[in-house]
Design a protein around this ligand. Structure first.
Ligand code: FES
Length: 163
């Protein structure tokens, strides 16, 4: 996945167009493709999608901002999701969030300056019996204390970058 530290190469995106019909119905799938490739919807893709589907750029922008699934800003190499659903809230998710915010020096929705982590507060992620829970990328970490949460995050700090 492309991240803050790398240039966005739109040719990678264009190369995949042959998999998508040149029709207005492909706007959302193409936005999903862009987000999958780059980690966010780089505004540079609007023009490409418009040319391919015939949908005006203003409409494509409208679709992107309407759906919460799409991001218009870059994300870090790792996305940390702290669950604030009911079970996790009761199990003191706030203290987990506080510890991670303190460890990384960022708040909800922000990305560390080195592009390594993005922090998001989310609703139930389906592992309530493990509350309080966080997810880092696709990995779930449960039954956390603030200290354990810091420890888990530090493991990702130390992991070598994927290239
Ligand atoms: S409330 Fe946190 S996993 Fe369900």
């Amino acid at each position: 996945m492309e991240t803050l530290s790398r240039e966005i190469d739109l040719s990678v995106f264009r190369e995949r167009f042959s998999d998508y019909d040149a029709s207005p119905g492909q706007v959302i799938p193409l936005l999903q493709l862009a987000q999958g490739l780059f980690g966010f919807v780089n505004p540079g893709v609007f023009h490409e999608i418009s040319r391919h589907t015939g949908v005006p750029i203003s409409e494509i922008y409208g679709v992107t901002t309407f759906y919460a699934q799409f991001r218009l800003t870059p994300v870090g190499e790792h996305i940390i999701r702290v669950c604030h659903g009911t079970a996790c809230h009761v199990a003191n998710a706030n203290s987990i969030t506080d510890a991670i915010e303190d460890e990384l020096g960022i708040k909800n929705g922000e990305t560390t300056p080195d592009g390594k982590f993005t922090l998001e507060l989310v609703s139930c992620i389906g592992c309530c019996s493990l509350a309080p829970v966080i997810m880092i990328d696709d990995d779930t970490h449960g039954r956390l204390t603030p200290d354990k949460a810091r420890e888990v995050v530090r493991q990702y700090m130390e992991a070598p970058c994927e290239e």
